[in-house]
Write a protein of this length. Structure first.
Lengths: 199, 990
């Protein structure tokens, strides 16, 4: 009988100890906010373009984590972003939800400066303050800061903003992927052998 | 020739056919001086150099033409004398085959050196100065990578350099440039080594050389054996790629340079033999790097040998000089066959890193056979000098699993090509690694950019938020400030009089006087009590009358003393310091005296009527009081006329005003009482009327006083004055209105008091007029600067008056309609008001003309607002005119409408004048704008808009082919419009 008592007491004691331990650590090591949002946000391209239907990359990251938003709504990130997100969230990678090409071309805004009337509308639209100018003064884009988000094109009253593909220079040129050679197998290389074998 | 040092081993390596013998048959010869050189601004690792010459400038051989920017960069010098003909994009030796900015110099055939001189004794120069000197000569690693040499020489600053390794391995097939250099210029190499050793102070120097260059080894020994330096020539077995930096270090020292670090981290610095020679020439002869030794070889070249070639020489020149058979030429390679790059453009120039040019025939450079599937033979792993897993990397690169490739140390790959060389499936493995590296770099770059963009985005959001908060705070602050200002204004208005009087009052005099007064009052009370007791005693015939009489006498004496002291005190300080207070005091004294007198008189009258009491005593008292009263009034008047000097005047006026207001209130009360009496047909009405008149007279007197005081005020306080006057006028106006309405009510009820009331109203109106006159006078006296404010005030007055006139008119019409007898009088009143209105309007126009004169002809800058004002005026005039006309039509037949007609006429005239003025102003503005080109901007914007419309239409057109004709028509019209606008713009731009 006493053995049962001892067992019950030991179990109770263990439960108490672990309960206290867990309770303490849940307070001591409490994580502020959802770290997953940060991780998702860091995978997004930060163009802040709003093409996903959210006002910026972080809101989209929050929607993905908290509201089960689809992960394939980031055209600037392309398929590689979708895959990275799928990898992180352990969900199935979806094909990119965009009508354009699979891998987007990097573009930057360019203002045709002699047509600019200095209305500052594009400056207000730019999410990363990459447009320089003042009222009634010609504006220009700081190319190195432009994320190519397209948001400045629509507000321009005189349509003087073009989205141009980033120019390739010696500095940003990169080796192309090797063309996959015609990887023949032996029978293909010598059709006669194949025929012989068949025949 | 034996090594004194043990040679270590590195993993892998291959033994391709050397093909070096072909080009070592002939000594180094000078290539012909090119007629035109092309100097790429980037011939090294790091930032491109910045041109310091301009097109058309003549330059000499060795002259600096482009300057290093930043730490990792190198100077570029002209290698011939001649003229800079262009700075433009030109094909350069690069894997991409793209163009880059180049300096192009046309030779003048003279090959004239710029003045140059070496250092006599470089050991005397400080280390930093010597390195700077070497930096100036633009030396970059000549082995192939082109890393700026001065940066490597600075490694001694923050690293402990134990070992200096001179790379003489030259392991790649075909290339013999270093071999020939060592054979012929070993002394220069030795000199260079000494300089580097002087700068880096290594404990040990090793020259690593492959055993396939026996002649070079002999030459080096000859040059170095007598050296004082701790120097060893280490002969290594021939194996590709033993010339790789990390591989050579492993060979010579057995030390492996950790992944991601540089040799200096393990105390080793490597230099190429070509670089040492260049350093020697720069330091001892002062020659910058303008030429280098290049091997021209390959089966297509007739003369396979080494040339000393000026940098910038086009490859075509070199190929021609070596008699390269173009028919045979299959592939032109810059560098070695393993790591070199294939070029197609013969205009590409020789640069600092060009060590070999292979003109390969189809036999020696067959086209790459098609790649086959990887059979996982593992030969690539066996030959990899970096001990990587090439096959694994290949799979990762092919599957774009770049993260995994990175984790398999892809970046340690030196792209030597050994794996591709041994691959039985002919897979271009190095290309896969290069692609994977580029992709990873791109990803990293994008990540960096994304982080940067995020920072900027967050900063922007923070800024917007801050702006919002600041705006809100500013708004709140403004509201608080405005409220405070309002409160301060009110307080100031309220406090002005009291504070002024308080500060003006004598501080000592007030309490003293009060004390004295109360003393006197006490004494008087006691005296009265005593008198009463005495009377009682006398009446009842009690004893002790004598003692009582005695006491009374004493009391009387005391009382008299107290009163005297009080009056003395009162008179004394009043003259000296407190005329204001005194005046008041005196006035109240006089009033008290008067009241007392009246009371006494009443008592006397009562007594006389009832025929009882001590009439004679009363009479005496009355006469005494009368005397006192007269004295008090005299004193008051004297005081009043005396001290009302300039300084006290403003305070005076406020007090007067207060008095007037009080009196006014009394008058009002009296008037209303009188009216009530009249209404109830009370017999006392007449007396009351007299009282009212008396009060009114007094009021007038006070007002006169006030106006006098005001006239005496200094000019500076004129503005304040006018505002006060205005307030008065407004108050009076209100009263007039009230009186008017009362009168009308009376007229309506056919009360007999109506006439009198009318008189009262008229009186009030007169007063109002007087005040208004005063106001206008005060305004006329105002400085010119405040005329604008004046006019607005006048306008407001006029508007108010207009309202009144309208009201009066309405009342009059009502009266006329009800055939009231008062209608005539009303008409007169209305006319009066109208006259007043006209007067004010005249004043307004005068003021306006004055203000216009003050602002001559409305300067161009203020033209726009002026125009606006004019426009407003015109519209106001129009409205007024319409109203007046409406009134006229509404009037009954035969009524007296002459005044109205006159008014309408005047209004019309003014309206026309204003309109003319406005039109003129507008015409002026347009003309001026056209003349000054202000319109240009508008035109420009219009043109831009039109242009945008054109582009939009064009876009729409391209999209919708169906509606072509309609859209085309639209496009044509828009284009025409745009053209027209452009034409106009151009016309004006001239």
């Amino acid at each position: 009988m006493s053995a049962v008592f001892v067992a019950v007491l030991v179990l109770l004691g263990l439960g108490l100890v672990f309960g206290i331990l867990l309770g303490y650590s849940s307070i001591r090591f409490k994580v502020e906010g959802n770290p997953l949002v940060d991780q998702v946000d860091s995978l997004l391209p930060q163009t802040q373009c709003g093409q996903c239907g959210h006002p910026g990359c972080r809101p989209y990251a929050e929607a993905i984590v908290n509201a089960d938003e689809a992960i394939n709504k980031c055209p600037p990130g392309g398929q590689s972003t979708v895959e990275a997100l799928a990898d992180l969230l352990d969900v199935e990678a979806l094909p990119l939800d965009a009508e354009s090409e699979a891998e987007p071309i990097k573009k930057v805004a360019y203002i045709r400066e002699d047509e600019c009337i200095g209305c500052t509308k594009c400056i207000q639209a730019c999410p990363v303050d990459a447009i320089l100018g003042a009222a009634k003064q010609m504006h220009t884009v700081i190319t190195s800061e432009c994320t190519g988000c397209d948001l400045c094109v629509e507000p321009c009253p005189v349509d003087c903003i073009d989205m141009l593909p980033l120019e390739t220079t010696l500095n940003n040129w990169q080796w192309p992927a090797p063309k996959p050679g015609i990887e023949l197998i032996a029978t293909d290389r010598q059709p006669s052998i194949a025929l012989e074998v068949k025949g | 020739m034996k090594n004194t040092i043990r040679v270590h081993q590195f993993h892998g390596g291959i033994h391709p056919p050397e093909n070096k013998k072909q080009s070592t048959g002939a000594p180094i010869s000078l290539a012909p001086i090119p007629s035109r050189i092309v100097l790429p601004l980037q011939q090294h690792i790091g930032l491109p150099a910045d041109p310091v010459v301009r097109v058309g400038q003549r330059v000499l051989k060795g002259q600096l033409v482009a300057e290093a920017i930043g730490r990792i960069s190198a100077n570029i010098h002209a290698s011939i004398s001649g003229t800079v003909v262009a700075i433009e994009p030109h094909p350069v030796p690069h894997m991409s085959g793209m163009k880059a900015d180049c300096l192009i110099i046309e030779s003048d055939g003279k090959d004239e050196w710029i003045e140059h001189q070496g250092l006599a004794d470089y050991t005397k120069l400080p280390t930093q100065a010597l390195i700077e000197y070497i930096r100036q000569s633009g030396i970059a690693g000549m082995g192939g990578a082109g890393f700026p040499t001065d940066v490597k020489l600075h490694l001694g600053d923050d690293h402990i350099v134990n070992t200096l390794i001179i790379n003489a391995a030259e392991c790649e097939p075909y290339i013999t440039a270093d071999d020939m250099l060592m054979r012929e210029r070993a002394d220069e190499i030795m000199g260079g080594i000494e300089i580097i050793a002087h700068l880096l102070k290594p404990l040990h120097i090793m020259v690593g050389i492959e055993d396939n260059k026996p002649q070079a080894i002999r030459a080096l020994h000859a040059a170095m054996d007598n050296s004082a330096l701790n120097l060893d020539i280490v002969i290594t077995p021939t194996k590709y790629p033993s010339g790789g930096e990390k591989q050579l270090i492993k060979l010579l020292t057995g030390v492996e340079v950790p992944s991601g670090s540089i040799p200096a981290d393990v105390g080793i610095v490597c230099q190429n033999v070509g670089t040492t020679s260049a350093i020697y020439r720069a330091v001892t002869h002062g020659e910058p790097l303008i030429s280098r030794i290049i091997t021209v070889t390959g089966q297509a070249a007739a003369h396979k040998q080494n040339y000393e070639v000026r940098l910038g020489t086009p490859l075509a020149d070199l190929l021609n000089h070596s008699a390269v058979e173009r028919q045979q030429l299959q592939r032109l390679i810059i560098g070695g066959p393993m790591m070199g790059i294939t070029v197609t453009d013969e205009q590409i120039p020789v640069i600092k890193t060009t060590n070999c040019l292979i003109a390969g025939s189809i036999k020696e450079m067959p086209p790459q056979p098609p790649a086959q599937a990887c059979i996982r033979c593992g030969m690539c792993e066996q030959v990899c000098p970096a001990e990587l897993l090439p096959q694994q990397l290949y799979w990762f690169a092919k599957g774009k699993e770049f993260d995994k490739a990175r984790h398999h140390n892809l970046f340690d790959c030196i792209e030597c090509g050994a794996c591709s060389y041994v691959c039985p499936s002919n897979i271009p493995l190095v290309q896969y690694y290069r692609f994977a590296k580029a992709e990873i770099r791109k990803e990293d770059d994008e990540q960096r950019k994304a982080d940067h963009a995020r920072q900027r985005f967050e900063a922007r959001l923070a800024r917007l938020e801050r702006d919002k908060i600041e705006k809100e705070e500013r708004r709140k602050q403004r509201a608080i400030d405005a409220a405070a200002a309002q409160a301060a204004k009110k307080d100031a208005a309220l406090n002005q009089a009291p504070t002024a009087s308080v500060s003006a009052a004598p501080e000592a005099g007030t309490p003293d006087l009060k004390q004295l007064k109360s003393n006197a009052a006490i004494a008087r009370t006691k005296l009265k009590k005593a008198e009463k007791a005495l009377n009682n005693a006398q009446d009842k015939g009690l004893d002790g009358i004598d003692t009582l009489k005695e006491t009374l006498k004493q009391l009387q004496l005391k009382s008299a003393q107290a009163e005297k002291a009080y009056s003395d005190a009162q008179n004394a300080p009043a003259k000296a310091a407190a005329p204001v207070l005194d005046l008041k005091q005196l006035k109240s004294n006089a009033a008290i005296a008067r009241t007392k007198l009246k009371k006494a008189e009443k008592q006397l009258a009562n007594a006389t009527a009832s025929g009882e009491g001590d009439i004679s005593a009363l009479t005496a008292q009355v006469s005494l009081l009368q005397d006192k009263n007269i004295a008090a009034e005299k004193a008051y008047k004297a005081a009043e006329s005396g001290p009302s000097n300039a300084a006290a005047a403003p305070i005076d006026t406020t007090e007067l005003e207060a008095d007037i207001a009080a009196l006014q209130a009394k008058v009002d009360k009296a008037t209303s009482a009188w009216q009530a009496a009249v209404a109830s047909a009370s017999p006392a009405a007449d007396k009351m009327a007299a009282g009212v008149e008396k009060l009114t007279t007094k009021l007038k007197g006070l007002q006169d006083e006030l106006s006098q005081a005001r006239a005496a005020l200094p000019a500076s306080s004129a503005t304040v004055d006018t505002t006060e006057l205005e307030a008065d006028i407004a108050a009076l106006q209100g009263k007039v209105d009230k009186a008017n309405s009362a009168w009308q009510a009376a007229v309506a009820s056919a009360s007999p008091a109506a006439d009198k009331m009318a008189a009262g109203v008229e009186k009030l109106t007169t007063k109002l007029k007087g005040l208004q006159d005063e106001l206008s006078q005060a305004r006329a006296a105002l400085p010119a600067s405040s005329t604008t404010v004046d006019t607005t005030e006048l306008e407001a007055d006029i508007a108010a008056l207009q309202g009144k006139v309208d009201k009066a008119n309405g009342a009059w019409q009502a009266a006329v309609a009800s055939a009231s007898p008062a209608a005539d009088k009303m008409a007169a009143g209305v006319e009066k008001l109208t006259t007043k209105l006209k007067g004010l309007q005249d004043e307004l126009t005068q003021a306006k003309s004055r203000s216009e004169a003050a602002m001559p002809a409305a300067a161009p800058a203020t033209a726009a607002p002026d125009l606006k004002a004019l426009k407003q005026q015109v519209s106001i005039m129009r409205t007024k005119l319409k109203k007046a006309e409406k009134q006229l039509t509404e009037l009954p037949e035969g009524a007296d409408n002459a005044a109205l007609m006159a008014e309408i006429d005047s209004l019309k005239a003014r309206h026309d004048a204003a309109k003319a003025l406005w039109d003129a102003a507008e015409a002026d503005k347009i003309a001026a704008a056209a003349a000054q080109g202000v319109d240009l901007k508008q035109l420009k914007i219009d043109a831009a808009m039109a242009r945008a419309a054109v582009t939009k239409a064009e876009r729409a057109l391209s999209k919708a082919e169906d509606d072509q004709p309609a859209l085309e028509a639209e496009l044509v019209t828009i284009r025409a419009q745009a053209d027209k606008l452009n034409a106009t713009l151009e016309r004006f731009s001239d």
